[in-house]
Design a protein around this ligand. Sequence first.
Ligand code: T4K
Length: 392
Amino acid sequence: MPLLQPHVLPEETLSHPIRIVEPIVDERMYVTQPHLAPLAEFIPYLEKIWQSKVLTNGGPFHQQFEKALCEYLGVKHLALFTNGTLALVTALQALRITGEVITTPYSFVATAHSLLWNGIKPVFVDVDPHTLNLDPAKIEAAITPQTTAIMPVHCYGHPCDVEAIQKIADNYNLKVIYDAAHAFGVQTGNGSVLQHGDLSVLSFHATKVFNTFEGGAIICPDAKTKQHIDHLKNFGYVDEVTVVASGINGKMSEINAAFGLLQLKHIDVALARRKEIDARYRTLLRDVPGVRCVNDAGEKTANYSYFPILVENDYPLSRDALYQKFRDHEIIVRRYFYPLISEFPMYRGTPSAHRDNLPAASEAALKVLCIPIHPGMSDEDVERVVDIIASA
Ligand code: T4K
C-alpha cells in the first residue's frame, strides 16, 4: 500500500468547471479501431480503485491481470509494462545484451529503437519474401564476434521460424528476444508462440488486437527472471532500502490493469470476428488480378491482427495510387511497414541498412498496404473495401 494516499476533491471545490467535450462524429473507416469492453462494465472496477486508492506500484489489479493473462496465453510467467517499447528496452537490459543485435528492418521503428536506447548496434538482415519475417537462411552471414543476440518480429502476428532461429542461436551462443508486439494469442503446433526464445515482448497498444489503452508485457521463462524484470521496471528497487540496478519506471497502472482484466472477458468474441473478416477478404480478393494477400494463417492459430495485401506490378494502379484512392473514399489504410526502419536517418548509415542487403524487405515495403480489419467492421464495410480494390 502506498504511504501517501491520493485524495479525491469534491466537485464543488474545483476552481475550473469541467467542460465535457462534444461527441466526435467520424465517418471514416480506419485500418484498425480498438475493441472496447462496454463502459458500464468498467465502472465497478473504477469504484474499487477509488475505494482502495491504490493506483499503481503492483496493486491488486496488476497482480490479478498478470495471473489471468498467463492463464489465457498459456505461459508461466509474465511481467506487465506501461507499453511494449519500454518492455523491449527492459528485456535487453535484463539479458545484459551489448554489442550487435541481428534484427529485421521490416517492422515498426520501436523494434530497432529499443536497441539504440541500450547503446546496441542493430544489424539488419533481410526477410523471407513469403512470410515477411526475418529469414533464418540469411542470419548466419551477419553474425560477427560482436553479435550477442537476435531480435526477430512475429510480423502481423505470423510466427517466425522459431526452430531455425533457435538452432542458429544455440550454435553461436546468442540470446533470442522476440518482438511479439503483434502476436497476442498466437499459437504454433506446440502451444503459445510466446514461449520461444529467451524472452518475448507483447504490446497492448490501442491499435493492437488486445489493448489496455497503452500497455505491454515481457513473457519470462522462469520466476527468477520475472523477479529480476520486476525490479528493473521499478527503478531497480528490491525493497525500501535496496536498489540492485539502474531500472526504469515501466509499471502498468491499476487502471490499465483493471481494464485489461475486463478486456480479457471479451477478447474471444473479438478474435472470432477478425477471423470471419480475414476469411471474407481472402474469398473476395482471390480473383482480383495484381493483388496478393500475405500469408494465410493455415493450420496455425492466428490472431488476424492485420490484413496486408501486396499490390503487384500487374495491378492497374501503383500501391500509392491505391492508398490515395482509399483516402479519397475516407478509408484510412496504412503502409505498414514503409519506409523500412533501415531507411530512417539514425539507421541509414550502416552497411546492413543498404537496400542491396535487403531486397525482399525493400520490395515488400513498396508493395504493402494494410487494409482495415477490426471487430467493429460489418460485412458491408468489408465489401466496400474490396470494391475499391476491384474497381481500379
Ligand atoms: N514492436 C512492434 C512490431 C510494433 O508494431 C510496436 C507498435 C511496438 C513494438 C511498440 O509497442 P508500443 O510501445 O506501441 O506498445 C501504431 C502504434 O502507435 C504502435 O503501437 C504500433 N506498433 C504501430 C504498428 O502502429 P501509428 O503511428 O500507425 O498509430 P496511429 O495513431 O496512426 O493509429 C493507427 C490507426 O488506429 C488510426 O488511424 C486510428 C486507429 N486508432 C489509433 C489510436 C492510437 C484508434 O482508433 N484509436 C487510437 O487510440 O502507430
